[in-house]
Design a binder for this molecule. Sequence first.
Ligand SMILES: Cc1cc2nc3c(=O)[nH]c(=O)nc-3n(C[C@H](O)[C@H](O)[C@H](O)COP(=O)(O)O)c2cc1C
Length: 222
Amino acid sequence: MDSSEVRDLLAQAPLMARPLPPFDPDAAPAAPTALFTSWLAEANAAGVLDPGAVVLATAGADGRPDARIVALRDVEPVEAGWVFATDAASPKGIQLAQQPAAALTFYWPAQGRQVRVRGDVTQATREVSLDDFRGRSPASRVAGLIGRQSTPLAALTDWDLAAEGASRQLGNHQDAHPPGHTVYTLAAHQVEFWQGDAGRRHVRLSYTRATDGGWARSLLWP
Ligand SMILES: Cc1cc2nc3c(=O)[nH]c(=O)nc-3n(C[C@H](O)[C@H](O)[C@H](O)COP(=O)(O)O)c2cc1C
């Protein structure tokens, strides 16, 4: 596909050329976690697919950015922690060990909304990570037990074989778990809410952690 085909395809579905909800930043709550929760509820109600799917951006020791989607597991209001889980031996896990800071970016197209979260990342205790693993569906636990995330796979049938082995392992030991399954919390120091507008009068509200633990709010030029 050459680039003009791409342009034609993009022109068929222009970005946000549709009525979008208003956003009054003066009525926004004092804490970003509260606004995030209400926007997530509205994304759910509007039928956004996978509203908890979020782009996680990291950079390791080489300083080169990397990004991929992960599933948001929770948001902790007290520490303003956005929680996700992955294998500590995966590329993102290694990058987080080298540089424990990250950014999360949500996009909810039904409402033309973006949320950006930046902060420092910590690992949960072993017990919390194990609990997270135990609470997963059988398919998710099988996939987790296989491990080796992002290492080269010679053939898809190799995965099937590994999955059979992991299923057997789970059948024999209900509590089998991968050593690297880890819950991470990104403690936000900055959270930005972006409400798109068809007329390009996008509204951006940024929350920044203040030294007293509260949040300073400011509008940003779109
Ligand atoms: C909707 C969706 C949700 C995903 N959720 C997770 C997740 O919660 N944890 C995870 O490790 N990978 C998840 N993935 C897979 C990652 O995007 C990625 O392929 C994998 O983690 C390897 O990333 P890495 O090589 O940067 O470590 C998800 C992918 C999609 C599309």
